[in-house]
Design a protein around this ligand. Structure first.
Ligand code: AMP
Length: 193
């Protein structure tokens, strides 16, 4: 089973590229942000619990995340690959994920990072705010989310580099150009695995 983490700052294009990867390789796309937005929209107990945290740009507590991921994987246990978009976001989540994967006799296959500079990220997020009207895309919340990314998520780069699983690609360019680059990295893994 191929377990791919797509990594990058908010606005780096993870969601868009994950959807394309999922279609091409027939992977199940697990986006924790999408899962939370759906729960909030449906006003479920989980949605009500996380709404305020998400609207403020902070992270949902680690304990909730691994449960959500495990459930999403169980829901699609015939899948021959998963793409994790927006997870893990903290060292604790990455370690929990390794333990959970190990229990299922699986492992993280590859961490593919979309590299986009800060100025471009802010411009994209402000634009997304206009187009999609996401509550967490206001200028103030964007700054908070980038700060959270810097402090809590970017340490994962070294975590996965130490495991020899981290590959970074240029996340600035055309959608198709970036996707072609992703495929160039992913294809050889699938040929071997
Ligand atoms: P995203 O669409 O991936 O940017 O996620 C939107 C929001 O959902 C984030 O700003 C967090 O508040 C929350 N969220 C999504 N994934 C995670 C995660 N792995 N850990 C904690 N919070 C998360």
């Amino acid at each position: 089973m191929f377990n791919l983490i797509i990594f990058g700052a908010p606005g780096s294009g993870k969601g868009t590229q994950s959807a394309k990867i999922a279609t091409k390789y027939h992977f199940t796309h697990i986006s924790t942000g999408d899962i939370f937005r759906k729960e909030i929209k449906n006003q479920t107990p989980l949605g009500k619990r996380v709404k305020e945290v998400i609207d403020s740009g902070h992270l949902v507590s680690d304990e909730l995340l691994i449960e959500i991921i495990e459930k999403a994987m169980d829901d699609d246990d015939n899948s021959h690959g998963f793409i994790f978009d927006g997870f893990p976001r903290t060292l604790r989540q990455a370690r929990d994920m390794d333990v959970m994967m190990h229990r299922h006799k699986e492992c993280v296959s590859l961490v593919l990072a979309l590299d986009v500079d800060r100025q471009e990220i802010i411009a994209r997020l402000l634009n997304r705010a206009k187009e999609q009207g996401r509550v967490d895309d206001t200028e103030e919340v964007i700054c908070k989310r980038l700060e959270v990314y810097q402090n809590q998520t970017s340490p994962l780069i070294d975590y996965y580099k130490n495991q020899g699983k981290f590959i970074s690609i240029n996340g600035v360019g055309t959608l198709e150009g970036i996707f072609a680059e992703i495929c160039r990295v992913v294809d050889p893994y699938l040929a071997v695995n």
